[in-house]
Design a protein around this ligand. Structure first.
Ligand code: GLC
Ligand code: MG
Length: 422
């Protein structure tokens, strides 16, 4: 969070399963659309928060399966675990507040008396979260009885039903909404209260997110019955919460537009990449746009036309150098020439490219350093290179690529040079 010295322009707090991630979209297109929008227009001055029911173990699994960006803050286990940054530093202060009127032993003991409750996997049992499966038809009745029993034993707990199957028992002070309220308070004391906050969700455990004051909310089009019911009973007249027309990440983009929270045109929705421009000099945008072109070029989805590569070459400094992850050095212009040979080589191969954590720093006047993780997904796995690009910009002219350097990231599953061009 130290990355920003002033309040973030936008903070997106999004659930993952069936909200950021569409498990029915095997191409991950809406997520990839969100990713390029975020990296080109928001990463530099905004916060991305993932708030999931998953434990750290299952969250990490999802990260390997889907092209998820790296969030600034990760809230896991239904708001009972908060971590910061890439290295996921835990918020110990938050954990302490959760011990109030909570006793894991008693919770497990009482719940074990209900034959309708089927314990979830061990990974999903956390210090402040006990999770079961329960049939939709039994959920209400079980919840009511459980609450009475806990009360009798002096506990103050919260029972949440999600996705028409999951039942979570948490301390009363926990949950996604409480975790968000805690985070907003913390950011406020640090002088970083976001200008706008948008909460995004699809199921029961997300309902709380939509009752935090001053927070915009979007229930994605595919929201679960239990969330829509909660909304109809509790937040129907709140103009700050919408039920999107679009599924999952598409609904998040829709909400950014609906509430006018900032740019809502994903570079992925612009067919002609040469026409895709931003108002100010934005080197992060340049990189996102280039790698999108690179994906489309290798998928054979743009026209195989000389004008594209010529324009790319023209934006490279004549003596600009590219350091390939293998260590080999080439001229940038030769690299573009080489790219010409690879037109369409990934056709039909599920090839996708995305940029994560695109951050530009303005070093001296007119010189920019952009750092990012560049990911490539292909049939045989995922590759990732930490990439540094140096740009210069001259008055009236665009940005000039001066130097590109790549090294394999430790997150890369495959470290194979053969088809890695840039
Ligand atoms: C995630 C968790 C599960 C929880 C559910 C609903 O699927 O893995 O433990 O019950 O979210 O919150
Ligand atoms: Mg969900």
């Amino acid at each position: 969070m130290e990355r920003l010295t002033s309040p973030p322009r936008l903070m997106i707090v999004s659930d993952l399963d069936h909200t950021m991630v569409d498990h029915h979209d095997h191409e991950n297109l809406s997520l990839l659309r969100f990713n390029s929008l975020w990296e080109h227009a928001y990463r530099h001055d905004s916060f991305l928060v993932f708030s999931t029911g998953r434990s750290p173990t299952l969250y990490k699994e999802l990260r390997k399966e889907k092209p998820l960006l790296t969030p600034d803050i990760t809230i896991m286990s239904v708001g009972t675990e908060i971590t910061y940054g890439n290295s996921m530093v835990p918020d110990h202060g938050w954990v302490e507040t959760l011990n109030n009127k909570w006793d894991l032993g008693i919770v497990k003991d009482e719940a074990s008396k209900f034959s309708e409750l089927k314990l979830q996997a061990d990974t999903e049992q956390r210090p402040h979260k006990v999770s079961f499966y329960v049939d939709k038809s039994k959920a209400q009745e079980v919840t009511k009885e459980l609450s009475q029993r806990f009360e009798k034993r002096g506990l103050d707990v919260k029972i949440i039903y999600s996705g028409g199957m999951d039942l979570d028992i948490l301390p009363q002070g926990a949950g996604k909404g409480q975790a968000l309220a805690y985070l907003l308070k913390k950011l406020k004391t640090e002088g970083k209260l976001p200008v706008n906050t948008l909460a995004c969700g699809d199921s029961g455990n997300d309902a709380e997110l939509f009752s935090i004051p001053d927070v915009y909310g979007v229930m994605v089009s595919n929201a679960q019955e239990e969330l829509l019911k909660w909304h109809a009973e509790n937040a129907k007249d709140n103009p700050k919460v919408i039920h999107a027309k679009e599924r999952c990440a598409g609904g998040i983009i829709e909400a950014i537009g609906h509430f006018k929270l900032g740019p809502n045109l994903s570079p992925r929705d612009v067919a002609d990449f040469l026409e895709c421009k931003t108002e100010n000099v934005n080197p992060g945008h340049e990189v996102v746009k280039f790698f999108l072109f690179y994906e489309r070029w290798r998928r054979g989805e743009v026209e195989n036309c000389e004008a594209y590569t010529a324009s790319l070459k023209a934006s490279c400094h004549p003596s600009g150098v590219f350091v390939h992850p293998s260590g080999a050095e080439k001229s940038l212009r030769d690299t573009i020439d080489e790219l010409r040979k690879y037109y369409g080589d990934k056709q039909g191969k599920k090839f996708r490219v995305w940029a994560d954590q695109v951050l530009a720093t303005d070093t001296t006047h007119g010189t920019w350093i952009v750092k990012l993780d560049k990911w490539e997904q292909s049939g045989d796995g995922r590759r990732c290179c930490t990439t540094t690009v140096k740009f210069t910009s001259k008055e009236g002219e665009g940005l000039v690529w001066e130097h590109v350097q790549q090294t394999w990231s430790k997150e890369s599953e495959v470290k194979d040079d053969s088809s890695w061009i840039i």
